[in-house]
Design a protein around this ligand. Structure first.
Ligand SMILES: Cc1cc2nc3c(=O)[nH]c(=O)nc-3n(C[C@H](O)[C@H](O)[C@H](O)COP(=O)(O)OP(=O)(O)OC[C@H]3O[C@@H](n4cnc5c(N)ncnc54)[C@H](O)[C@@H]3O)c2cc1C
Length: 316
């Protein structure tokens, strides 16, 4: 493959890489992805996932990217094949806190009455938002990319310079891998673990506003299954499920929703949220090539994916 065959090379096949590659390819560019791991082994595949800016900065750019992504996900939810569905539910807190700033981006967002909240909760808000079944969604993105002639090659690189001769534009969507790829010590993992159970008939999501606690509490209905969460452990690198954490997740969720007691466990998922003081979407020149970075999306990579990908295209 030479620079004459390709217009852009994207590093990474998580939600950032696939979405960016689609936007570039649908803009008419010839695009290939190189990824150390296929989509089903990425952090993106492990995510819950629900639209919502969480553990991510800077606020002003996040507001724009998340709004753009919300529009796209809302449209994708009209096609069940995408894995995106619109689900109503409640986020609540055991402390008297103000509702999140992003609430005004969602139609129908409203404060809860006290009798709508579970025991021990004192504040809450009800809304409808996209919930995404990530294994299905990543499969949809792969197919959409392939339909534009795009290819995903499983290939790890040790430095961006290895990609420089391949295409005039290289987009770095390496998630946590960017830490070594571009020597970015500001990029650190916040480990997350989830449990997948059979859905006992729950149709609404629930999420606790747990602030910066490492112990999260949320459950998302995904049709026949439920995704229970979770954890947010700064600086933890292990991608192996921890049995004790799984038991605690199930207990926390069952306390709020008794129908989850004894639900059959189907699987466990672990991922590393690629977190830095601010998401990095910016370009630089390297060995005569334009490199555009698109990484560091923390706990909101799905929420920001279409907005960040659109900005990459706009920067060309
Ligand atoms: C438990 C959990 C729950 C989450 N829930 C949500 C949620 O509800 N909503 C939300 O918006 N976000 C959520 N997130 C955050 C979201 O998953 C991440 O922000 C997002 O997946 C990051 O995507 P990415 O494509 O940038 O990185 P990744 O998915 O990690 O993909 C990185 C890609 O780069 C490749 N790569 C890395 N290094 C190299 C290299 N040297 N050479 C070649 N390829 C390389 C990898 O192989 C991979 O293909 C959650 C995360 C976790 C862990």
């Amino acid at each position: 493959m030479s620079r004459r065959d390709l217009d852009a090379l994207v590093i990474g096949a998580g939600v950032s890489g696939l979405t960016t590659a689609i936007c570039l390819a649908e803009a008419g560019l010839r695009v290939t992805i190189w990824a150390a791991e296929p989509p089903e082994q990425t952090t993106s595949n492990a995510a819950g996932a629900m639209w919502g800016p969480y553990l991510v900065e800077p606020v002003n750019r996040v507001r724009v990217w998340s709004a753009q992504t919300l529009d796209v996900l809302w449209q994708l939810a009209t096609d069940p094949q995408t894995g995106v569905r619109l689900v109503s539910g409640i986020e609540a807190s055991r402390e008297p806190v103000a509702p999140p700033e992003w609430g005004n981006q969602l139609d129908g967002f409203r404060l809860c009455e006290a009798d709508e909240l579970p025991d021990d909760f004192v504040a809450g808000w009800r809304y409808t938002a996209p919930i995404i079944d990530m294994p299905t969604y990543l499969g949809y993105l792969e197919q959409r990319f392939a339909a534009c002639g795009g290819q995903v090659e499983i290939r790890r690189i040790d430095a961006l310079e290895q990609a420089a001769g391949v295409a005039p534009v290289v987009v770095n969507c390496a998630g946590m891998g960017a830490r070594d790829l571009v020597l970015d010590p500001e990029l650190t993992p916040i480990r997350g673990q989830l449990v997948i159970v059979e859905n006992p008939g729950i149709t609404e999501f629930f999420s606790e506003d747990t602030g910066l606690s490492p112990d999260l509490l949320h459950f998302y209905p995904q049709g026949e299954t439920m995704v229970l969460g979770g954890t947010a452990q700064p600086g933890e690198w292990s991608r192996e499920p921890d049995q004790g954490a799984a038991v605690a997740i199930i207990a926390r969720c069952s306390d709020v929703e008794p129908r989850l007691h004894g639900a059959k466990v189907i699987g466990h998922r672990v991922g590393l949220r690629p977190t830095r003081p601010g998401v990095r979407v910016e370009e630089e020149r390297l060995d005569g090539v334009t490199v555009i970075h698109n990484y560091g999306h923390g706990g909101a990579g799905i929420t920001l994916s279409w907005g960040c990908a659109a900005e990459v295209v706009a920067r060309l």
